[in-house]
Design a protein around this ligand. Structure first.
Ligand code: HEC
Length: 95
């Protein structure tokens, strides 16, 4: 019984760890929210607006990640590739 509990606890920790690394929501909160909101224009366009603009564009995520990484046509955002990918994915799926 004790062993089972340990396995469940370990699995819980793992799941939480993975979820955190992939969560665009957390990155958006810490790295994007100063300039963006989901459905209101702030410093930059609302994520809803950008999602609509790139709707159906399969290369959009890569394109926007590149912009944010290089600071071309977008203020440069200091974040890892994975963080940017997750955040942009989150932004472009805003409805
Ligand atoms: C310092 C302010 C600032 C921060 C921080 C910021 N943005 Fe932006 N963002 C802007 C501005 C200004 C624009 C409008 C310029 C443009 O046309 O790309 C923009 C545009 C965008 C667009 C639309 C790009 C396009 O091609 O239409 C997306 C998507 C976007 N930002 C996502 C993000 C994400 C995701 C983050 C966080 C990782 C982020 N931004 C952080 C200011 C910011």
């Amino acid at each position: 019984m004790k062993a089972m509990l340990l396995v469940f606890a370990a699995a819980g920790v793992l799941a939480a760890g993975v979820g955190y690394a992939q969560s665009g929501t957390d990155v958006v909160k810490s790295k994007c929210a100063a300039c963006h909101e989901a459905d209101k224009k702030k410093v930059g366009p609302s994520f809803k607006e950008s999602a609509a603009k790139y709707k159906g564009d399969k290369g959009a995520q890569a394109k926007v990640v590149e912009k944010l990484k290089e600071g071309k046509g977008h203020p440069k955002v200091a974040a890892s590739d994975d963080e940017l990918k997750a955040a942009v994915k989150q932004a472009l799926s805003t409805k």
